[in-house]
Every structure is written in C-alpha cells, then in structure tokens.
Design a protein around this ligand. Structure first.
Ligand code: SAH
Ligand code: SF4
Ligand code: F3S
Length: 456
C-alpha cells in the first residue's frame, strides 16, 4: 500500500537537496510525496537554524501540525507520524522533544540514510526517536539514486560541513566538519541527473569552493577541476556552484570561469561586511581589500560575470564607520542581487556573547539603508538587460497561453512567447521589458541574425 509523505523544507539549497534524498530513501518503503500535510502519513519538517526566527517558525509550524498526529475517525485516517530533521533538529533535538512531545522522530542532517530504521522504530510508537549523531560513514554512501524524471535544474551536494567557524554562525555545529565527496561519485550522480532530464546542475556545499575531493588515481581535485570534469558531460548545459567563501577562491577556480562556457557567469560570494575590523571579529579570515581584489580577478577572467552576496548588519561592535565601510564596498563592487540580514545571536556561537551588542533600532536603520542601496543596484542590473540578447533556459509554461518561463544566466526570470517544444532547451532571447521581478523577452530572430546561411 502506498503511504503519503509530506516534506516541508526550510533554509538553504543543501536542505532542498537533502529533502529530495529523503524522499528517495523512503520511496522503497512505499512512501510517495504529496503536496499537503493533512493527507500525509509521514510529515517531515527539514529545518534551518541559521537565524532566530527560523527555529521559532518550526515550533509554530509544529503547533499547527499537532492535530494531524491524532487519529481522525471521521476520515478513517490514522494519525500521521511527524519528524523534525535538519539543522534545528541537530542543534536542539532535546529541546524539541521537550517542547513538542508529540513529535515522533528528531534527526540531524547526517543520518538520513538511517531513515528506514528510524521510521520503523517510530511506527512502534514507543516514544520519540532521537538521532543526532555524526556517523563515521558518510551518508552519501548509502543514499539511493532516485528514479524517474527529475528536475530540469538540479542540485548536487559535493561538499558538506564547515571548518571555518565564523563567530556568528551555527553551521559548523549543525553540519559538522568539512567533507568532500570523491570526484567519480559526483560525476556518476551528475550523469544520472542528466539522464533524468537535468539541463542545469548547481553544485552545493556550505563551503562549496573548499571542495577537495580525490579522483580515481587518488589525486586531490579542487572545485575548478571538478567543474571542468563535469562540463564534459554531454547534455549538461549549465553549471553553477553555491555557496563559496572568498578565502577559498583559488587560481584554478578563477581560470575555469574563463575557460568553461557551461559555467554560468553569476557568482554568489558572501562578504558579510566591508569593515576590516568587523571581518576580523567575524573570523572571516580576509580583508575588504582582498574581496575587491578577488572580484577584480574574476571579472578579468569573465568580463560578463555578475555577483551576489550576503551581508550582516549590526554585528556586535559595528560602529557607524564600520557600516559606512560596508556601503562603500557595495558601491565599489556593484551587486546584481544580495541577501542582507540583521545580526542574530545564535546559541553556542562566540559572537552571541560579545558585550557590545548593537541596539535593535540601529540594526533596523542600517538594514534599511543597505537594502535600499542593494535594491537600486539590482534594479540597475536588471534595467541594463533591456535590449540585450541572452541565452534563456526554458523551464516551464508561463502564466499566459503560448508563453514559456525560463532563466537567464543570471537567474533572472524571463517570460517569452515561445513554442512548448523549447522547454528544457536554451534559446537566444532579446529582452524587451523589465518588470520588478522578471524580464520579458522575445525569441531572437535567428533568420535575421544569420542572413547569409538563410540565402545559401
Ligand atoms: N557558508 C556561507 C554562508 C552560509 S549561512 C558563507 O560562508 O558565506 C548564509 C548567510 O546567513 C550568511 O552568509 C550570513 O550572511 C547569514 N547568517 C549566518 N549566521 C547569521 C547570524 N547569526 N545572524 C545573521 N545572519 C547570519
Ligand atoms: Fe558559517 Fe562561516 Fe562556515 Fe559560512 S564559512 S558556513 S558563514 S562558519
Ligand atoms: Fe540553515 Fe542548516 Fe542550511 S542552518 S542555511 S539549513 S546548513
């Protein structure tokens, strides 16, 4: 009998990848994914712990879901099993069991391959099952490949965990130490994704450019070499990687931006702050000037490269001058998009215990100013697309009949009147209008672009 599985995913793309793998692990047990929690026999919340509200959202979601864990005689439906996975589970497993005792399973990001066993134990209803180990054997060794058609734009985790210990961040505690998967294993998974329909693959890692796997000969392979290797896969059209750290941008990685047309010219490179004093207090391990220099080298390698970034305002001790330095850096770099956050003290991280916390009102004001600047840069970047012709990967039907929706190399949403047969393919599109959240384009007239061939 098929059972129904509902997974709600919070946080970063690595959680999205993990959710897909959990579904793969549970498929042989008869679980099929559904879109609604109230139909499900098993509900999994795949959680994120990165900022304060993230964990609170999980607790309020659990409150809403609680009624579904009871048998419903009117519908003839047994109560659903409910599980909390991901980074909140890893960090606050015991707290979840205490605050939400109706939860059946709590397990961290490194134990998904043990799900069948956890589900079997939970089904016996002998009390909450807690598994927040960091097993010695990597979970990747035990995850099945998944079957049937997959995503056109797929995620592939190549590296997991973080050894950097930025003073504000929970990730090294929730995801554990850095681990890089062997290159051959990654290539095999990429080939399977392409066989299942992926045209684009985003390589994922908390610190994806700290990747240092080994190849078949036992040689060390960095991210640049890995990208070059994957780019040879026929049928794979686009590659991206996320999230990288400025400290791990090496010569090979810069070179692959110049050499590999399948690698998209759009890079998410978090900087957090433009103040050297704050960068040092954050334990980022580089100065603002280093960041500028890396961006210069990347742009020299790939002149059409656009950047996005992450920022934290109101880190403890951040003065007006420190904040101005961040604005200066933003003005100097010009970002195509960005995420910015108010500093949120996270339990167990060093920055949570620094005395000079910045008042909430100051954080608010700084965030508004920074976001206004970043928004203006993003708008300028989008406006500049108007009149340009760019390759668009068509993903799905658009909102109107005869229309398709796709993505530019810069992940901009693009709507175009185009035949449905173009889904899954890349075609040149001339951008004709710029909206607030998407671009409108028209298929570039190939006949006009190549009159010589036409008349021959
Ligand atoms: N590994 C990536 C970032 C992962 S977390 C890197 O090194 O850049 C994603 C983003 O969340 C971070 O870039 C940071 O901007 C933000 N973030 C992390 N911890 C935070 C905290 N305690 N308060 C506010 N923002 C935080
Ligand atoms: Fe967190 Fe820093 Fe590691 Fe990024 S590099 S995951 S911000 S500790
Ligand atoms: Fe969140 Fe964990 Fe990702 S804390 S951002 S889900 S690594």
């Amino acid at each position: 009998m098929t059972k129904k599985l509902f997974i709600k995913t919070y946080g970063c793309q690595m959680n999205a990848y993990d959710s897909a793998r959990m579904a793969d692990v549970l498929a042989p047990l008869g679980y099929a994914p559904v879109e609604r929690a109230d139909e499900a026999d098993l509900i999994i919340l795949n959680t994120c712990h990165i900022r304060e509200k993230a964990a609170e959202k999980v607790f309020s979601e659990l409150g809403r879901l609680k009624p579904l864990t009871a048998d419903d005689p009117a519908r003839g439906k047994a109560g659903a099993l409910i599980a909390v996975a991901g980074c909140v589970a890893q960090a606050e497993g015991a707290e979840i069991v205490r605050r939400a005792p109706f939860v059946d399973m709590v397990f961290g990001p490194q134990t998904y391959h043990r799900l069948p066993e956890l589900v079997a134990r939970a089904a016996r209803r002998e009390g909450a099952v807690l598994d927040t180990d960091f097993p010695v054997e990597p979970k990747f060794d035990h995850l099945p490949a998944g079957e049937g058609p997959g995503a056109l734009s797929a995620f592939l985790t190549v590296q997991e965990g973080c050894d950097k210990f930025c003073s504000f961040c929970v990730v090294p505690y929730t995801r554990g130490a850095e681990y890089s998967r062997p290159a051959a294993e990654i290539e095999a998974e990429a080939r399977r994704l392409v066989a299942r329909g992926a045209a684009e693959i985003s390589l994922l890692g908390q610190n994806v450019n700290a990747y240092h796997g080994v190849d078949e000969a036992g040689r060390r392979v960095g991210l640049g070499r890995l990208i070059a290797r994957l780019a040879r896969i026929a049928g794979l059209m686009r590659l991206r990687y996320i999230t990288s750290h400025p400290r791990d941008v090496d010569d090979e990685l810069i070179a692959v931006h110049a050499d590999e047309p399948k690698l998209m010219p759009f890079l998410h490179l978090p900087v957090q702050s433009g103040s050297d004093r704050i960068l040092a207090a954050m334990n980022r391990g580089h100065r603002a000037e280093d960041y500028r220099h890396i961006v210069e080298r990347l742009r020299a390698a790939r002149p059409d490269l656009a950047l996005s970034s992450d920022f934290i305002v109101g880190f403890p001790g951040e003065s007006d001058a420190d904040f101005e330095a961040t604005l200066d850096l933003v003005r100097a770099i010009r970002f195509a998009s960005a995420f910015s956050f108010k500093f949120s003290p996270r339990p167990g991280t060093p920055a949570a215990h620094i005395d000079s916390q910045v008042p909430e009102a100051v954080k608010d004001e700084r965030l508004q100013r920074l976001q206004a600047l970043l928004r203006a840069q993003q708008d300028a970047f989008n406006r500049a697309a108007c009149g340009q012709t760019m390759p668009v990967l068509f993903e799905r039907p658009g909102r109107h009949a005869g229309q398709l929706a796709g993505r530019s190399p810069y992940l901009q949403a693009v709507h175009v009147d185009a035949p449905a047969a173009l889904v899954g393919r890349i075609a040149p599109v001339r951008i004709v209008a710029v909206g607030s959240n998407s671009l409108a384009g028209a298929l570039a007239d190939e006949a006009a672009a190549a009159p010589a061939e036409m008349s021959a």
